[in-house]
Design a protein. Structure first.
Length: 229
């Protein structure tokens, strides 16, 4: 399959790329703002792995991404929108720029990416948006994460709407609302907290869901959580 993953420089996105390369059955386009090093894994799957260094919040996808994709693949089977930004601040200290930065990456970049790549998203494709339990209605909320949680809530609603918008094209769209996973992002937000799942363990679940979840779900926000801090 042809799989595009964002946010691949660390954490879950990095682990997903590793698993896909070890599997060796897929063409992978990995996107991140910083360089990614997959030395030993590239030896396994060098021809079918492409890394694109892009800032998703400040990219014209039709000009800077679409031509680079079609050089490698004709159609996209799976998109995993994993890139995200978390800012942990008391509400009264948050700035307008904080708001724009979080929503530009966590919501707007996903809207623009799907809109601008729609011509190469294959019928039968699966779009998986990585959300958070922080944006899941009725879940526990935590001080300092109001903008992050609000952006993930917006992503959840966008997911539901996209599933309806794209169903006639045969494209399924789901979101996984992740609970606590031991990633760099979690450590930055909760320095002393130890999550019950590693990034690699969560990547296993997302990998399987991306390949098969659309056979059972569309337009769903699925909580994937053993714990929320």
């Amino acid at each position: 399959m042809n799989i595009l993953i964002t946010g691949t420089s660390r954490g879950i996105g990095y682990e997903l790329c590793k698993k896909l390369m070890v599997d060796g059955c897929h063409n992978i386009i990995a996107i991140s703002r910083t360089e990614v090093i997959f030395d030993k894994y590239l030896d396994l799957n060098k021809k079918s792995f492409t890394h694109l260094k892009l800032d998703l919040a400040n990219t014209d996808f039709k000009e800077s991404l679409l031509p680079r994709i079609v050089e490698k693949i004709k159609e996209i089977d799976i998109i995993i929108n994993n890139a995200g930004l978390l800012i942990n601040k008391p509400f009264e200290e948050l700035t307008d720029n904080d708001f724009d930065d979080i929503f530009d990456l966590n919501v707007k970049s996903i809207f623009r990416l799907i809109r601008d790549l729609i011509s190469v998203i294959k019928k039968g494709a699966h779009i998986v948006n990585i959300s958070s339990m922080g944006g899941y209605q009725g879940s526990a909320k935590f001080p300092g994460l109001s903008l992050y949680s609000a952006s993930k809530g917006a992503l959840a609603v966008l997911t539901e709407c996209l599933a309806e918008e794209l169903k006639d094209k045969g494209i399924s769209v789901n979101a996984l609302a992740l609970g606590a996973v031991q990633t760099e992002m979690l450590s930055e937000a909760f320095p002393n907290y130890k999550a019950p799942l590693s990034a690699s363990e969560m990547a296993d679940f997302i990998y399987d869901f991306a390949l098969t979840g659309h056979k059972h779900y569309n337009g769903k926000i699925l909580p994937v959580s053993l714990s929320t801090p």
